[in-house]
Design a protein around this ligand. Structure first.
Ligand SMILES: Nc1ncnc2c1ncn2[C@@H]1O[C@H](COP(=O)(O)OP(=O)(O)O)[C@@H](O)[C@H]1O
Ligand SMILES: Nc1ccn([C@@H]2O[C@H](COP(=O)(O)O)[C@@H](O)[C@H]2O)c(=O)n1
Length: 648
């Protein structure tokens, strides 16, 4: 798949929009001409398409590490305010800071210009005659602006208005923005509003001489905003200069740092070093801890119990309150030899599960299916077939937890009425944690044919195994805050070991406004160790449906095929990170992405709209094995995703 100007739309449903890939942005020093890019994107060219969506940029250079504590509480994003006069260099300074943070995941620029108030037809006429004042704090929707920055700081997804400088008007579309750890907020009056100032962690003022600002403004507005010189000067004298003197320049007193509007490399470097230190101090790493968390102590309140049926080795589950417990397990070793499963033992002690975990009743049929997927001799075809059956059982159990309302129907043949039920949800969708969550897609689609399906790419860091969020492909019913509050989400992953990926995925849905009680997490098997406990402690209202539970968890270092290395003459190209800019399909944020997708399968790359990592040259060296950390469920099934998709 080419990375050039290609729109990628969902193969599955109109409710889902995927990020279209725009163009490469590879020059290390050159700042991208975003306004040019914007006008090229529309294909119409010229200044007529200039909107503020070109000013809102997100750099997703690396995977995003956990931004929340093990209690599930998100850490605030770091917010830098950049104020200064018109054409002082605010946008340029912001982009330079952004570009100097190459390994900081997800840095965004939000421009105050996006928040210009819509004009009435009369006001619009004045604007076209250069008789409307755009240089007053009252020209902006200050409440919306402040709320948007507050939401982003609190790690929530937002929708930013798109404003057209050419039409002097707010457009119908909005820009979806989620996930920056650093937000650079730039605009004339960013240091003006005391409540907004309180949200800023670092306040920067860009200072430039008036003549320089005027010269730049004439050049910019004539070239980029379709204005004539007379109009620019008239506007400058009437509104821009007075606003500079009375509102903007005085706000420099609030700044932590005054940055010159030109020759500002040193100042930019100081800002970026400061941000890097701040971010390092905020990075959470707790996956190992999730793996270590001890089981609940003996004597914990285990009022919900599951006991083994001697004949079939099946736990009889009764749910009342706190835990599911596998009781009478001292005969577990004989049970395990009968069923091939040791999953319900923990050194012959009962295993407790949190109350929000719904374990399927271990009927002989279910245990039989679990036996097949635990069996290392099961053929790939059988593994897929029986995993699909298990997934269907899990999906049906999940659907039984959704709200239903009464429905009366007239019976076939007799014409009598029958009191029944029907699903009572406004929006329902599924979100797979790639790749292994995709094992559920067949089963979910079978149960709800028009289900909107989305995905999250979360991968483990090779060194420490911490989860990292690489990309989101969420259904509109989640991306739109107004719909997310009524959305029921089925979150899909094949296995829960430490629970770190599940933890991250749940946090993403909550950040979008999906209520905790509307999230149902579906998985085939989980380890009974720490992950489930930490997950349910942090998110007690999220229900977790499992087909089976194995008792153990083991940290392993495993070899896997590393990315192929290039010959020396290709070194420069190989070492250049892949940088692709993209704009989300609902007139989205410009996304600049450097994604090493070499570890993705070609189908994942395709799904994400990324260039395939498949070798494109003949003279590549064979791949060298690399080592990564994983947490394996024990005794376990092996990686369900790898066995299902035959990548093991
Ligand atoms: N350091 C600089 N050197 C040369 N030109 C600059 C510099 N900084 C900004 N400019 C130019 O000045 C114009 C206005 O800069 P911009 O960053 O958009 O200002 P602001 O966001 O404050 O309005 C742009 O055309 C930009 O290319
Ligand atoms: N329809 C509009 C709205 C605003 N302006 C001018 O833009 C300036 C703010 O943008 P900067 O990038 O220069 O900070 C402001 O001075 C307004 O006069 C406009 O020309 N048309």
């Amino acid at each position: 798949m080419s990375s050039q100007n290609q729109d990628v739309t969902s193969p599955s449903g109109s409710d889902l929009l995927q990020t279209p890939v725009m163009r490469a942005w590879q020059e290390e020093d050159r700042l991208p001409s975003l306004s040019l890019r914007e006008s090229r994107r529309s294909g119409r060219g010229g200044a007529a398409d200039l909107t503020t969506s070109a000013k809102n940029v997100i750099l997703t250079e690396a995977g995003r590490s956990p931004w929340y504590s093990k209690e599930g509480v998100p850490q605030s994003a770091y917010v830098i305010g950049v104020a200064g006069g018109s054409a002082s260099g605010k946008t340029s300074v912001s982009r330079r800071v952004l570009a100097s943070l190459p390994n900081v995941p997800w840095v965004a620029i939000v421009s105050q210009d996006s928040f210009y108030l819509p004009l009435t037809p009369e006001q619009s006429k004045l604007a076209f005659k250069n008789e409307w004042n755009f240089d007053s704090p009252r020209s902006f929707d200050e409440n919306l602006f402040r709320q948007c920055i507050a939401d982003l700081k609190a790690s929530k997804a937002v929708e930013i208005p798109v404003y057209s400088f050419v039409h002097h008007q707010r457009l119908d579309e909005t820009t979806y923005l989620y996930g920056p750890s650093v937000i650079i907020v730039e605009g004339l009056f960013v240091l003006n509003d005391p409540e907004l100032r309180d949200l800023l962690d670092l306040k920067v003022y860009v200072q430039a001489d008036s003549d320089l600002m005027l010269a730049r403004r004439i050049m910019r507005d004539t070239k980029e905003r379709g204005r004539d010189i007379d109009g620019v000067i008239q506007h400058y004298l009437k509104w821009v200069k007075p606003a500079m003197d009375s509102y903007i320049a005085p706000t420099s007193k609030w700044a932590d740092l005054i940055v010159p509007g030109q020759n500002n490399e040193v100042a930019v470097d100081i800002v970026s070093q400061h941000v890097k230190r701040q971010l390092e101090a905020r990075t959470y790493r707790f996956r190992s801890e999730l793996g270590r968390t001890p089981l609940p102590p003996d004597g914990a309140d285990m009022s919900t119990s599951a006991s083994m049926d001697g004949a079939y080795g099946r736990p009889q589950i009764s749910r009342s309150s706190s835990y599911l417990v596998f009781q009478n397990m001292s005969s577990a070793s004989s049970t395990s030899s009968e069923t091939g499963l040791t999953s319900f033992t923990n050194n012959h002690s009962p295993i407790a599960l949190p109350s929000s975990v719904h374990l399927l009743a271990a009927t002989p049929q279910l245990v039989g299916l679990l036996t097949i997927i635990h069996d290392s001799t099961t053929s790939p075809e059988d593994f897929i077939f029986y995993t699909d059956r298990l997934c269907s059982l899990v999906v049906e159990e999940a659907l039984s937890l959704l709200p239903y309302k009464n429905r009366e129907v007239i019976c076939n043949g007799t014409g009598r009425s029958w009191q029944g039920k029907e699903l009572d949800v406004e929006n329902i969708c599924s979100v797979s944690i790639l790749r292994s969550g995709s094992v559920f897609e067949k089963a979910t689609r079978r149960a709800i044919p028009d289900l909107a399906q989305g995905s999250l790419l979360i991968q483990s860091c090779e060194n420490d195994g911490e989860p990292q969020l690489y990309s989101l492909n969420l259904p509109l019913s989640i991306r739109r805050r107004s719909r997310a509050v009524n959305c029921h989400a089925l979150l899909l992953d094949a296995q829960v070991s430490t629970g770190a990926a599940a933890f991250m995925a749940i946090r993403v849905l909550l950040d979008h406004g999906v209520p905790q009680q509307n999230i149902i997490f579906l998985s085939v098997i989980a380890s009974a160790r720490g992950g489930l406990w930490a997950l349910t402690k942090a998110f007690p209202q999220v229900r977790i449906i499992l087909a089976g539970v194995d008792p153990g968890l083991k940290k392993l270092r495993i070899e896997y095929p590393g990315p192929r290395e290039k010959q020396p003459h290709q070194h420069r190209r190989a070492s250049t990170r892949r940088l692709t800019g993209s704009v989300s399909a609902d007139k989205g944020t410009t996304t600049v992405k450097s994604h090493d997708n070499s570890s993705l399968s070609s189908s994942e790359s395709e799904h994400l709209g990324l260039p395939s990592s498949a070798p494109d040259d003949d003279d590549e060296e064979p791949s060298k094995p690399k080592v990564k950390t994983i947490w394996a469920i024990t005794p376990g099934t092996g990686s369900i995703g790898d066995r299902y998709f035959r990548t093991d």
